[in-house]
Design a protein around this ligand. Structure first.
Ligand SMILES: [Zn+2]
Length: 87
């Protein structure tokens, strides 16, 4: 078991959280978006080995937040209550 830090509720069991994707992956807007740009938005991820910023949802309180976590060691550096839309 690992404890994840919800910025609204504090440390909670990892089973209370749902992964939402990489932070900073902003949906393209406008009618002139190329197919390659859409493909990059929908399907391609950086998937870094080290630290990465991820969007998570705490299912108990229903809030989304950004967590900085090392994908290889699972060490959580921090969590913040922003939406993760900014890069
Ligand atoms: Zn919470």
């Amino acid at each position: 078991m690992q404890l994840f830090p919800c910025p609204f509720c504090g440390p909670r069991d990892e089973t209370e959280f749902h992964y939402g994707g990489e932070a900073g992956n902003v949906r393209p807007e406008g009618a002139n978006v190329s197919a390659d740009f859409w493909a990059n938005y929908l399907w391609f991820r950086a998937n870094p080995t080290g630290p990465s910023r991820e969007i998570w949802m705490h299912m108990t309180c229903g809030e989304f937040f950004v967590m900085t976590r090392d994908a290889s060691t699972h060490v959580v550096a921090d969590s913040s209550p922003n939406s993760g839309r900014e890069p």
